[in-house]
Design a binder for this molecule. Sequence first.
Ligand code: MYR
Length: 131
Amino acid sequence: TFNGTWKVERNDNYDKFMEQMGINLVKRKLAAHDNLKMTIEQSGDTFHVKEHSNFRNLDIDFTLGVTFEYSLADGTDVSGSWTIEGDMMKGVFVRKDNGKQLTTTRVVQGDELIQSYSYDGVDAKRIFKRS
Ligand code: MYR
């Protein structure tokens, strides 16, 4: 279900979320229009994700339930893991600079992939379409 190429179409409360993350206004304005595209290839418990945006191109490999390191586009380092519960991917990550938790989920509904983000009491969503 998650497999495929997904292009961001709209954001919900993403600016507030990034503000809570401590990202400055200029970066937030750029990030709101980052043209993020993700190609997700799942095979069993292992995932290969190709991330393309105005900021960077990145390949990420991870296994469900296994902790890995990831750097956000602004350079913030996190570590954590993804699991799957039912038809939802759930990610729990911890920021290395302040120890605070960042949670995220992915769910496919129709031709949309909805990724939610939660940090320090602020929730946001990014909605992707298959491309
Ligand atoms: C992936 O599956 O795409 C790789 C691992 C993703 C980790 C997600 C961590 C949360 C990203 C939050 C972005 C917030 C930008 C301010």
